[in-house]
Design a protein around this ligand. Structure first.
Ligand SMILES: NC(=O)c1ccc[n+]([C@@H]2O[C@H](COP(=O)([O-])OP(=O)(O)OC[C@H]3O[C@@H](n4cnc5c(N)ncnc54)[C@H](O)[C@@H]3O)[C@@H](O)[C@H]2O)c1
Ligand SMILES: [Zn+2]
Length: 460
């Protein structure tokens, strides 16, 4: 049996709410330590503090915690701790002996005061985030931000993935399995790396291996790899016994900020990419920046292509270094752009998700015309700059906008010019094949400025 999952962090950092969401996503029991304490002392915690003082409270807290942990449980549990529970070294050791402590990063000051003011819970010590900053920083498994989206809970953090990988239920990308042998000791399946393996044959192999492993309707499978692994495993889960739950653990920058959320799964056919597929959201997405340490530079750059695309949609952060491994906060900010759009149009039926296609109409054409020698992010960078030029031609963007945009992509080491021999005209046929084409018009999501993408129908 795997060990308990503890959620810790400053008052109002969201421990109780996240514990409930995580319990729902994983179908695990949830315990809220503060609630258990209130039951024991039969009064609000703030009153107990006032009457008995902090020392007496901490004594009760330890006793209740120990009682919970000593009680036998057939399942691992999600346990929300109090904001100061682990100040006592003994409590810290007790929790660490029973499982993993995930510390939630404290939200920014504005959000924190909003939550504290919203009340709901008695917080006798108010906001201790600053006074205890060092204490909270001393925990290595960190959850920086989390989102709920359609049927998915998305966690973004550092050092958080291993606890969600049950090896014999996990499908790994071959490269990831090699790089992280401790995670992939006895895997459910290993998918050979690369886009060329995103085929019906690989899906078939997954189905056979699910059958061999006895995966039933109530089992959950896990994908651990890039977008290829996620799309294939998600599709196999969508179709296995007419749909079983799955967890997605993306390991490339591109899959973290783009492929892991939104529910799209599927595979390629010789006739075209992603032609067959299904919407099947993972119950849980765990984004762990630790994986990025082994990502080859070209894959990192490819991810930056999408990250800059999200900056165009959501508005720019001019301070960003486009060459470093991004922090969990950077990834969360980028992901938030996609999450906000997908929330408005979960199944792509309302025309809102078109904005995410910024730079992609030309980008996809460039990618296929290059015979996939250009990576997706490289093609998107070129596509964004070309589409920015169209925005200027349409009178929707300032003259210098394509150059300004190109400079940002170049800072990330991405190309911004059409490869030799390729022109916008030579791409027309491929653009026409794009899914966003109808009745002699093509719908572009034209980048017009930072924070300004416009859906525009243009005649071919
Ligand atoms: N479902 C969606 O909404 C969605 C959105 C965007 C893209 N996609 C799909 O995602 C795929 C592209 O994703 P991708 O760029 O992650 O491709 P990928 O899965 O092929 O991974 C790229 C390469 O990185 C390697 N790799 C993965 N993690 C690593 C790590 N931590 N360290 C070292 N190497 C690692 C892989 O072995 C592979 O060689 C495409 O098939 C695309 O269609 C899907
Ligand atoms: Zn893309």
């Amino acid at each position: 049996m795997k060990s308990d999952l503890f959620l810790y962090g400053a008052p109002a950092s969201g421990k109780s709410t996240l514990a409930k969401a995580l319990g729902r996503a994983l179908a695990l029991p949830v315990i809220d330590l503060d609630e258990a304490i209130v039951q024991r002392i039969a009064m609000p915690i703030a009153d107990y503090f006032q009457q008995q003082g902090e020392d007496a409270f901490r004594y009760v807290e330890t006793d209740v915690l120990a009682g919970i942990l000593e009680a036998p449980s057939a399942f691992r549990r999600v346990i929300a701790l109090g904001g100061g529970t682990l100040l006592r070294q003994g409590n810290r050791e007790l929790c660490q002996a029973h499982g993993t402590v995930f510390c939630l990063d404290t939200p920014d000051a504005q959000e924190l005061s909003r939550r504290l003011a919203a009340g709901g819970k008695s917080r006798p010590l108010g906001n201790q985030a600053e006074a205890r900053a060092q204490h909270y920083a001393s925990f290595e498994h960190r959850i920086t931000r989390w989102f709920e989206l359609s049927d998915s809970l998305v966690l973004v953090g550092t050092g958080i993935a291993p606890d969600f990988i049950q090896t014999d239920r996990t499908v790994f990308d071959a490269t990831v399995a090699k790089l992280y042998p401790q995670l992939a000791a006895s895997p459910l399946d290993i998918i050979p790396s690369g886009e060329k393996n995103k085929t019906p044959e690989t899906v078939m192999k997954l189905w056979h291996d699910f059958a061999q492993a006895g995966i039933g309707r109530t089992n959950t499978v896990v994908a651990c790899g890039g977008g290829v692994t996620g799309d294939l495993t998600g599709f196999a889960a969508a179709t296995w016994m007419r749909g079983i739950p799955w967890i997605n653990i993306p390991t490339t920058l591109l899959s973290m900020i783009d492929a892991s959320t939104g529910g799209k799964t599927g595979f390629n056919l010789p006739e075209g990419k992603n032609l067959a597929g299904a919407f099947h959201s993972p119950r849980l997405v765990v984004i762990d920046t630790e994986f990025l340490k082994t990502l080859p530079p070209r894959e990192l750059r490819s991810g930056y292509g999408e990250l800059i695309k999200h900056l165009i949609i959501g508005g720019k952060n001019a301070q960003m270094d486009f060459t470093a491994i991004p922090t969990a906060k950077t990834i969360a900010d980028s992901l938030a752009v996609k999450v906000n759009i997908v929330r408005q149009d979960p199944k792509e039926t309302l025309g809102k998700r078109i904005l995410l296609n910024c730079g992609h109409t030309i980008g996809h054409a460039v990618e296929s015309a290059s015979n996939y020698t250009l990576s997706h992010g490289e093609a998107v960078a070129i596509g964004c700059v070309e589409e920015a030029k169209i925005a200027v031609e349409q009178g929707l963007a300032p003259e210098n906008w394509p150059d300004e945009l190109a400079t940002s992509f170049q800072k990330a080491g991405l190309p911004t010019e059409l490869p030799e021999g390729m022109t916008r005209d030579s791409l027309t046929e491929r653009i026409r094949l794009d899914k966003k084409h109808a009745n002699g018009t093509i719908t572009y999501a034209l980048p017009c400025n930072w924070g300004d993408v416009k859906a525009v129908k243009l005649h071919e």
